[in-house]
Design a binder for this molecule. Structure first.
Ligand code: DC
Length: 197
């Protein structure tokens, strides 16, 4: 039997932390779908078109160590606005969502497009400032030289693009039927791969 837990929300809201905890608790595998877009964006740095990058994506691409950088985040948000790129990544995500035994997926469109009939849907958000503070600390720990103000501007730019695009935009779902809204989480503590595209 499959059982999909869909977790959506803006950048750095804490989706990853919640998803991993839910996955660990229930023994479900977890897919951070942002990594698919980050890996696609990162492959465009090497000269591939966004669609070529998405269509040639492998699980090995998801293990690149530059995927958490600010540049990869911006590139991800840009390629994620292209409908053909999103389409190339749908089958992999839907197959993961309907694995026998259950699955947790986090992203922007999991409960709306990838798995609209998910058994559990969560929408997680936090204030811009708290999200920027968390992401800044993560980036500094990885050795990036960036200010909190720059991270805040970057998050706001990505949120705007991710919400305004016509293809599978991020939509806050406060109070929607069947959804849980976990806002505001400001004060909560905190080889050859398989082809994807
Ligand atoms: O969750 P993240 O910050 O790693 O996501 C990086 C970008 O990928 C984000 O700005 C928007 C895009 N994305 C998306 O469009 N749909 C998803 N399901 C996941 C991420």
């Amino acid at each position: 039997m499959s059982f999909c837990v869909a977790i959506d929300g803006p950048a750095a809201a804490g989706k990853g932390t919640v998803s991993k905890a839910v996955a660990r608790h229930f023994g479900f595998p977890h897919l951070d779908t942002g990594l698919l877009y980050r890996a696609t964006g990162a492959k465009t740095f090497e000269g591939l078109s966004p669609l070529e990058a998405a269509q040639s994506l492998t699980t090995a691409d998801l293990e690149r160590d530059d995927l958490r950088s600010g540049d990869a985040g911006q590139a991800a948000s840009r390629v994620a606005a292209i409908p053909d790129v999103r389409s190339a990544l749908v089958d992999f995500q839907q197959a993961f969502a309907r694995r026998i035994g259950g699955a947790v997926l986090d992203g922007r469109d999991i409960g709306t497009v990838i798995c609209p009939d998910a058994e559990v849907k969560l929408y997680i958000t936090a204030s811009d400032e708290v999200r920027a503070r968390r992401r800044h600390a993560e980036l500094v720990a990885k050795g990036e030289n960036v200010t909190e103000a720059e991270v805040l501007a970057d998050l706001r730019e990505r949120d705007e693009r991710d919400s305004a695009r016509s293809a599978a935009p991020l939509k806050p779902r406060r109070g929607c039927h069947g959804d849980r809204y976990l806002g505001n989480v400001d004060r909560r503590s905190r080889g050859q791969g398989h082809r994807i595209g």
